[in-house]
Design a protein around this ligand. Structure first.
Ligand SMILES: CC(C)(COP(=O)(O)OP(=O)(O)OC[C@H]1O[C@@H](n2cnc3c(N)ncnc32)[C@H](O)[C@@H]1OP(=O)(O)O)[C@@H](O)C(=O)NCCC(=O)NCCS
Length: 137
């Protein structure tokens, strides 16, 4: 598996991956790709996961792995590469708690949950979580 910057040819597959939760607008996605804010995990020419980094908010705004490919370390590899590539030291994200519970994943990535849950218009429950990168001694 490799992790690389997304290209405009990846737009459709990225939108399909994200579709479960969010509709990612084509123009906004192309703009993020152009600005080098989107990384994809790829194996045998197949995109298996995506991470989008929101530069203004300084946080991962989207991280999704293909349903068939979860639990194999792809999400972790994408998160770790985004921390390195985007030079992250800390960030606050909104983790989905319902319909899919991604909180255990983010805990495994070193995030701490905050108490107040937010409900979206779609009825999804989001849990704010905070990440502070450990300093190497
Ligand atoms: C959340 C998601 C990105 C995780 O990707 P993944 O490739 O399945 O995760 P990984 O295999 O890299 O798991 C990394 C670590 O998280 C842990 N983890 C992942 N999901 C977990 C779960 N449901 N319960 C407990 N631990 C979990 C793994 O055990 C692993 O821990 P380790 O590093 O100690 O071995 C993926 O499940 C997904 O796309 N979910 C739907 C979209 C989503 O919810 N995105 C987040 C929105 S905020």
């Amino acid at each position: 598996m490799i992790i690389r910057l997304a290209e405009s040819k990846d737009v459709k597959v990225i939108q399909n991956l994200c579709d479960v939760f969010y509709f990612v607008y084509t123009d906004a996605l192309l703009d993020s790709i152009k600005r080098k804010r989107v990384l994809v995990a790829e194996e045998s020419d197949k995109v298996l996961g995506v991470v989008i980094y929101a530069l203004k908010e300084k946080k991962v705004s989207v991280l999704v792995v293909d349903k068939e490919q979860r639990g194999k370390g792809i999400g972790k590899a994408l998160f770790e590469e985004s921390v390195r590539f985007f030079n992250v030291t800390q960030m606050k994200i909104m983790a989905t708690e319902d319909p899919t519970n991604s909180v255990p994943f983010w805990k495994a990535m070193g995030f701490f949950p905050l108490p107040q849950i937010v409900k979206t218009k779609r009825g999804n429950k989001l849990r704010p979580m905070i990440y502070i990168k450990e300093k190497k001694q």
